[in-house]
Design a protein around this ligand. Structure first.
Ligand SMILES: Cc1cc2nc3c(=O)[nH]c(=O)nc-3n(C[C@H](O)[C@H](O)[C@H](O)COP(=O)(O)O)c2cc1C
Length: 206
């Protein structure tokens, strides 16, 4: 089994990366393979709702949203990480998630997901809430930890100073590993994911 950890920071080796690496180490210790994918250091735009992906099968604007697809297809679980920018999740990661969900929600559906954030000081819980929106839309069971999954620091060298934050990351990794093993055991016993009802769409037009 493989968990794909997505670093939604513009910094490949910053605080978000340090947090994700702690989650990954716990997963690996529990026998789960991990892959870390960085969305890059360039600005990542959001979805414009053009619908081009319906025909193409992927976001027509390319970039990390398309580069990640082979990894996303084979992943059994996801960890979405992003730093706090202006008291919410970094806009690039939200753009990435919105375009990934809209163009390739099939790669996410029913796979367990966790969200992680990092900040110098404030805005962490708003950021976590923002990061949860796409996993919630695609029926991804959300994995929790022993506190809201955040690590404090302004640069990667400060992250080890947040011992509790790193403990939360390790507990998150172990919880993710446990749920993945439960799902695998369930599948072996014939328990499959439900097929959602999808025929009704109400746009609140009266
Ligand atoms: C544009 C921008 C806005 C930021 N806004 C906040 C903020 O609202 N609250 C906060 O605590 N830190 C804020 N920070 C600091 C980062 O959240 C913090 O340094 C984070 O740990 C960096 O993670 P990274 O190294 O993975 O990019 C901001 C940083 C940037 C670049």
């Amino acid at each position: 089994m493989n968990v794909l950890l997505i670093n939604g920071s513009p910094h490949a080796h910053g605080c978000t990366d340090a947090a994700l690496r702690e989650v990954a180490a716990a997963l690996e210790a529990d026998g789960i393979e991990t892959t870390i994918f960085h969305i890059g250091s360039q600005p990542v735009a959001g979805c414009i709702g053009c619908g081009g992906c319906v025909k193409a099968g992927h976001c027509v604007f390319g970039g990390p949203v398309v580069d990640v697809l082979p990894l996303a297809e084979k992943a059994d679980g996801f960890v979405f990480g992003a730093p706090v920018h202006y008291a919410t999740a970094a806009a690039g990661m939200l753009g990435f998630l919105h375009r990934l969900g809209y163009s390739a929600g099939r790669t996410l559906r029913h796979k367990p997901a966790a969200v992680v954030t990092t900040a110098r000081r404030a805005g962490t819980t708003s950021a976590l809430e923002a990061l949860e929106k796409v996993p919630q839309f695609y029926e991804m069971p959300l994995i929790s930890s022993t506190y809201w999954p955040m690590v404090h620091g302004n640069s990667a060298d400060q992250v080890p100073g947040d011992a509790e934050g790193l403990q939360i990351m390790r507990n998150l990794g172990h919880n993710m590993a446990w749920i993945l093993k439960c799902i695998e055991a369930g599948k072996a016993a014939g328990v499959t994911a439900p097929t959602a009802e999808n025929s009704v769409r109400t746009n609140f037009v009266r």
